[in-house]
Design a protein around this ligand. Structure first.
Ligand code: NAD
Length: 498
């Protein structure tokens, strides 16, 4: 069995212990590799490599850092297909979707190539007679990234290109279900000329996460994953005095108003609910149909869900692949069954996939459930599978109130022909990322990505300008260069400008 090791200090590194976990191909249900699971001593090795590398990397000129970022960008671009194939084989999503994920990650690298501009400080001339003030930002030190299974390339790349461009060194703990892409990214960083120890990968589970959260030499932690673990990481890391941003789960609503183009809305909702088998933190999992939009919307969704091509991600005719594990499949089917038991109406039922070729993989078909209410388990929990529930509201106000009562606040969208309704929606919902006739409003790399409420713990969103702020801290310098003959004049009262 192939073993996927760590990447520490610029080279593949085996664990000091022999704990391993299985890596499956979700399309077939077969184990394809085992991944090393780090313990505290492996994590310490990686943090020490990163600490040593920080000494010179933090002093490396902006133009040298930028040169490496440009080279990394070219290498990732050239190896996109290979990265996409790794994603598909371990995650299951279709290849076109995997290529899209690499592209969105690359956009963060491109943003980070502009780091000389992004790190510019401010300068105020003559704040007092003969005195100038200026600010600049410096890196934090060793920073850690802990990432989920659903975006093996994009989510780590929300973090490491910006952290590294800012002069930090990085320890990535990817999801143990999809470890290979991170190791390939480490190879590409090395090929781009990044010095050993600046980017490290420790594979592992809770043991590795806890070791990072407790390590005194880790200055900051970026986490993306489910809400209970995000809350835990935020609490533990802040208690340990670290800077932390922890992005959690989601329940993303799309409101469909009666004046919307129903066919357009249903088309986009189907893609947003079932793309990547619903395993996106920005997937639409709840449609809120307002007034007489409901019956028309549900009938259109029924037809569109039935037309989705389900199959292995590597098959170019597939539009939707499997979910990540057998446990995920069982959990998703459990929520569908509970909704049926609690009085909802199944419009499209993906619990059984008939095709023989798919029977060993973790496939769940596109599922649409109507007449769901806010009390049902399928609505109250993040299902994270290809399940779209439909709730009905009388008015836009009622739809907004429903969204605002939900504990999550990652993404949401509204489908309407009315600018006035859209503007009211964008101003009144308590959600971080909003789409107007756009179902998955993932911000471009030069904006920052982040939700509200239980979808993000911490103060800063990821990538974009807030990413640069997260990975640096500010200094303000007040300077005077007196003539040697001037001297004296010191005052014992608090300094004020003159
Ligand atoms: P997860 O929370 O199970 O795992 C995320 C990371 O935490 C992994 O690296 C994992 O090894 C580690 N981990 C798991 N259990 C842990 C524990 N008990 N203690 C310490 N560390 C632990 O999430 P997942 O299943 O890999 O990913 C899916 C989740 O991520 C969904 O909830 C999804 O909404 C969320 N997500 C959110 C965003 C966002 O931007 N808000 C983006 C992608 C995914």
């Amino acid at each position: 069995m192939r073993t996927i090791d760590h990447w520490i200090g610029g080279k593949p590194t085996a664990s000091t212990t022999h704990r391993v976990g299985p890596v499956y191909d979700p399309a077939t249900g077969r184990q394809q590799a085992e991944v090393a699971l780090a313990d505290a001593s492996d994590v310490d090795l990686a943090v020490r490599a990163a600490s040593e590398a920080f000494v010179s990397w933090s002093q490396t000129s902006l133009s040298k850092r930028t040169g490496i970022l440009f080279a990394f960008r070219e290498l990732v671009r050239a190896r996109t297909d290979e990265l996409a194939e790794l994603i598909t084989s371990e995650h299951g999503k279709v290849l076109a979707d995997a290529r899209g994920e690499v592209q969105r990650g690359l956009e963060v690298v491109e943003f980070a190539c502009g780091i000389p501009q992004l790190l510019k400080g401010e300068f105020s001339d003559q704040v007092s007679t003969g005195i100038d003030s200026f600010s600049f930002r410096q890196p934090l030190g060793v920073v850690a990234g802990i990432t989920p299974f659903n975006f093996p390339v994009m989510v780590p790349m929300w973090m490491n290109p910006i952290a590294i461009a800012c002069g930090n060194t990085f320890v990535l703990k990817p999801s143990e279900r999809v470890p290979s892409a991170s190791v390939l990214l480490a190879e590409l960083w090395a090929e781009a000329g990044l010095p050993d120890g600046v980017f490290n990968v420790v594979n592992g589970d809770k043991v590795a996460v806890d070791a990072l959260l407790g390590h005194p030499d880790v200055a900051a932690v970026s986490f993306v994953g489910s809400t209970p673990i995000a809350r835990y990481v935020h609490e533990r890391a802040t208690q340990a005095g670290k800077r932390v941003q922890a992005l959690g789960g989601a329940k993303n609503h799309a409101v469909v108003l009666p004046d919307a183009d129903i066919d357009f809305a249903a088309d986009h909702l189907t893609a947003a609910a079932f793309g990547s088998a619903g395993q996106r933190c920005m997937a639409i999992s709840a449609a809120v149909a307002v007034g007489d939009a409901a019956d028309r919307l549900v009938e259109t969704l029924r037809a569109k869900a039935a037309a989705v091509q389900v199959g292995p991600g590597a098959d170019s005719t597939s539009e939707m692949g499997p979910v990540i594990t057998q446990q995920s499949k069982d959990r998703i089917i459990g929520y569908v069954t509970s909704a049926e038991g609690q009085g909802a109406t199944l419009v499209a039922d993906g619990r059984t996939i008939q095709a023989d070729a798919l029977k060993d993989g973790y496939f769940v078909g596109p599922t649409v459930i109507d007449h769901v209410t806010a009390e049902m388990d399928v609505y109250r929990n993040e299902v994270f599978g290809p399940v779209l529930v439909v709730l009905r509201a009388e008015t836009l106000d009622e739809a907004i109130a429903l969204i605002n009562a939900n504990p999550y606040g990652n993404g949401t969208s509204v489908f309407t022909g009315s600018g006035e309704a859209a503007r009211r929606f964008q101003r009144e919902v308590h959600v971080g990322m909003i789409g107007i006739n756009v179902p998955i409003p993932v911000p471009m790399a030069y904006y920052s990505f982040g939700g509200w409420k239980d979808s993000l713990f911490g103060d800063t969103h990821v990538h974009g300008p807030e990413g640069v702020r997260f990975y640096t801290r500010a200094k303000v310098v007040t300077s005077r260069w007196p003539h040697s003959e001037t001297g004296g004049g010191a005052s014992y009262s608090f300094p004020t400008a003159n």
